[in-house]
Design a protein around this ligand. Sequence first.
Ligand code: 9G3
Length: 570
Amino acid sequence: MRVSQMFIPTLRQEPAEAEIISHKLMLRAGFIRKSSAGVYTYMPLGYKIIKKISEIVREEMDRANGQEVLLPIIQPAELWQETGRWDVYGDEMFRLKDRHNRDFCLGPTHEEIITDLVRGEVKSYKQLPMLLYQIQNKYRDERRPRFGLMRGREFIMKDLYSFDVDEAGLDISYKSMYQAYSNVFKRCGLEFSPVEADSGAMGGSTTHEFMAIADSGEAEIVYCKTCQYAANTEKAPCNDPQGEVIQSDQMKVLELVETPEVQSIEDVAEFLKVDKKDTVKTLVYEADEQLVLALVRGDRELNEVKLQNLLGASILEMADAGKVASEMGCEVGYLGPINKDIKVIADYEVKYLGNTVVGANKAGYHYVNANPARDFNVESYGDLRMIEKEDPCPKCGKELTFARGIEVGQVFKLGTKYSESLNAKYLDENGKEQLMVMGCYGIGVSRTMAAIIEQHYDENGIIWPVEIAPYKVVIVPVNEKDTEIVEFAEGLYTELTQSGIEVALDDRKERAGVKFKDADLVGYPLRITVGKTYKEYGEVEINIRRTGERITEKSEQVVSWVQAYLEDNK
Ligand code: 9G3
């Protein structure tokens, strides 16, 4: 490829709207351009990366007996109505009508489509297991698309669906996908960790998320260096501390105290000279439009995923301030569970609080000496709090470590959730009708490109792992007017190309410095400079992007040196 003919609009300045490094660098290196919020064009170099990641994914899916298909993006509402999901996903689903006024959506995922296909074609156990996958755009109208490709409204996903005769078969498919994912992310040069995750609205039992470790990751993970336990903090369980429940003769008289302009837990604890542990945090949620009070100890953080699961709610949203004021009669700083005929659920730890502080549902007032058993009724206690550093490993009890991660893959055991609602059955060896047992497995292909950059960059730009790089080598003749330099550079370009290496020749009429900066920004693994050293000693300079090393090599040795380097570093 000749850089003078390529559409690679690099930028010197950092784009203002980009907050994380992968977004900044993909814009500056000319890999993507924004079309609208969360919707991007993949420019020539960016799309080369997408194709390389997709090829790695295909090889590993095919190795695991996956068969590639391409499913429709336009999906009929009827299928989503059959599974009952048409009304579950509100504004996040892109919906449209055709010319006959029929309802469709742009596919956010393909469980309905693929199960509808298979239920019509698979009749016998002899046809199972069947693993079908696609690499295709997905559409989700995120409320706040951000971080470039990290959270887009149109993104590229590989989604595979497995169909087995029973749970044992699903286990085999799940394990084989788990291995295939490890292969994919290793080949992409990613440092990743599979973590236990919450299956949420997907139902089903087991699910793992493959997290690329990165400080910019939206997900928080917790892991144990002793027993390798690893989980998304949304899922990591906290146990019931089995403390002492206060005896009634220890309970003091409930007292209303004035706490003017004191709203946050910190302020209340300070004003009343108590520890945050001796207060109750009251939060108001709408669970499928029903108001719920969720209580956790004052020093803890509520885990909304655990709350949603405990309530079995399809949609869980924090009640907005207006709703709180009208339903509770005060603003959030003074909320409490006393004298409220609203459903109250509480974290286990609240059970063991005695003579504690709660909001009085009256602006400027709190109650002290509140006792759960006496003063307010908790409908149910459960694990509602976010796991913390001091908590013991849920598996072995040892110390926990926290990290942030980018979710690049997820594998789900679906069981019969979709085969039941869509009646996808097969005849077993006894001719008896059985429900197919399913799994679904996603890789964020476009998100993976961003994650690779988040783990492979420096102050000069991207550092592509060799297998992913858009071109393995860039040749930089330092002076376009010097025929000796240009001739050798052209010759080297031809020789490397003929030896099957993807090479770029920066033949632009630009100063050498500009070419060097662009080479570092775009992130080619190797840069070969043809300049003074060539004219004087017949040698070229080779810059190794990953290590910053610079070596000189005899011009006749260059091709074999490059082949050896690429072989050793793939
Ligand atoms: C929707 C909308 C958004 C969604 C879904 C449905 C996430 C939805 C979960 C999955 C599960 C797996 C197959 C590949 C791997 C992930 N967001 N999910 O079902 F209608 Cl608007 O997509 N699907």
